[in-house]
Design a protein. Structure first.
Length: 245
């Protein structure tokens, strides 16, 4: 895959792409090419690594190789479609048979099925098209999370909340989790890179969520549903529809 002419560096509204490809050389070439065209790309080599990535990074578009070590790309795409119904998903594979293509769309929930070798400019065009579709799905009723400014804004002008880094991390993880629900232990692990003397405990997590709930209530008023609710025996569930901007 050859790199095309360089493009301007990614701006604050650049599309964020997650690439799952276990071929090291191909992975590097795709990342370089997409970066040259203004995308922000996070690359991993397995479904397990992808699960870790989406708990920390807000992703707009996914490129998934079918033949991965461990869980297959088809299975991963199916899970991504269930938890992120509005995401753009591209399956990238050497499988050319019709029944594989049909499985990619029906079982994997892919938007686009591309067979290797892939034309670099076609991949860019596909991602740009999917990116436009994502931006057009907004209904105006959801809340928007600005990753750059660390703010959460509602549909009404006065509904704007400034977030801490930890609150932003929490929301990104819950938005991209299946059923918007995560185990308390998993949420605590998200802060594993924090200072060793300030690791997140379940009690500290409870306090963090409590502070966010109070911020949310201050712009919603009395009687509003909580932004995050406790799920007995599991952890926490996000009750807002949030898009990334």
């Amino acid at each position: 895959m050859k790199t095309a002419n360089s493009k301007p560096a990614p701006g604050p509204s650049a599309l964020v792409v997650a690439l799952v490809e276990d071929d090291h050389l191909l992975r590097e070439e795709i990342v370089r090419h997409l970066n040259d065209h203004g995308f922000v790309v996070h690359a991993v080599n397995s479904a397990t690594a992808m699960d870790d990535l989406i708990a920390r990074v807000a992703i707009d578009l996914f490129i998934v190789d079918w033949n991965l070590p461990g869980e297959s790309g088809l299975s991963l795409c199916n899970r991504l479609r269930e938890s992120l119904p509005n995401a753009g998903i591209v399956i990238m594979t050497a499988r050319v048979a019709l029944h594989d293509r049909i499985a990619g769309y029906r079982q994997g929930g892919a938007d686009v099925y591309l067979t290797k070798p892939i034309a670099p400019d076609e991949l860019v065009a596909v991602l740009l098209s999917l990116g436009r579709r994502i931006k057009e799905t907004s209904t105006g009723d959801e809340w928007s999370l600005s990753l750059r400014d660390r703010t959460l804004s509602g549909p009404l002008p006065h509904q704007k909340i400034s977030l801490t880094t930890r609150e932003k991390t929490l929301l990104v993880a819950l938005v991209q989790a299946k059923d918007n629900t995560l185990d308390s232990g998993v949420l605590c692990d998200l802060y594993g890179n924090d200072d060793a003397d300030n690791q997140m405990t379940k009690h500290a997590l409870e306090e963090l969520i409590g502070r966010f709930r109070r911020k949310f209530k201050s712009v919603q008023g009395d009687g509003a549903e909580p932004a995050i609710k406790s799920v007995w025996g599991v952890g926490y569930q996000l009750c807002l529809q949030i898009t990334f901007v």
